[in-house]
Design a protein. Structure first.
Length: 160
């Protein structure tokens, strides 16, 4: 697979949302209706070859804040207890496979684990919501999506 690069406009927008320059390639996979990036897909390695464990990254500031609030209220443990452990394990396996499929530099050591860099349980609600919004039937991400105020979103079409 050839990794899709963000447009120059998307690079500027995402770096403004995050307040810093990114060290790797990415593409926007979900946007608000007005075009603002919500979720990006990162190339599995940074430019210097370092593994990037976060394949899907929630960059929308409103959603990041809402999910941080959930996490601060014990949401990680609460949501983990609400989902089937086997389905969560399958979610982690699908995430790892999607990262493997997006890997351009197979000669480098890659990140391990699934959503949030773990193979079991729940580590980061932001990562689960991003995974869900990127199209995975992530059960934790679905619960998080129900608990926050989701704006109307559009999926970004894949460019060849």
């Amino acid at each position: 697979m050839t990794f899709r690069d963000a447009t120059l406009e998307d690079v500027v927008a995402v770096e403004a949302l995050l307040g810093r320059e990114l060290n790797g390639r990415f593409a926007v996979v979900r946007r608000r209706l007005d075009g603002r990036p919500v979720v990006i897909e990162n190339e599995p390695h940074l430019r210097d070859g370092t593994p990037m464990p976060t394949l899907f990254w929630l960059v929308d500031p409103q959603l990041r804040d809402e999910v941080s609030r959930l996490e601060s209220e014990g949401g990680v443990h609460r949501f983990e207890g609400l989902v089937d452990a086997d389905e969560l394990e399958r979610t982690h396996a699908r995430y790892a496979e999607r990262r493997r499929a997006a890997t351009v530099r197979a000669d480098l050591v890659g990140a391990q684990g699934g959503v949030g860099g773990t193979r079991r349980g729940v580590k980061c609600l932001h990562a689960h919501l991003a995974n869900f919004l990127a199209g995975d039937p992530d059960p934790v991400g679905a619960l998080v999506a129900d608990a926050v105020t989701l704006p109307e979103l559009v999926e970004v079409e894949v460019r060849d």
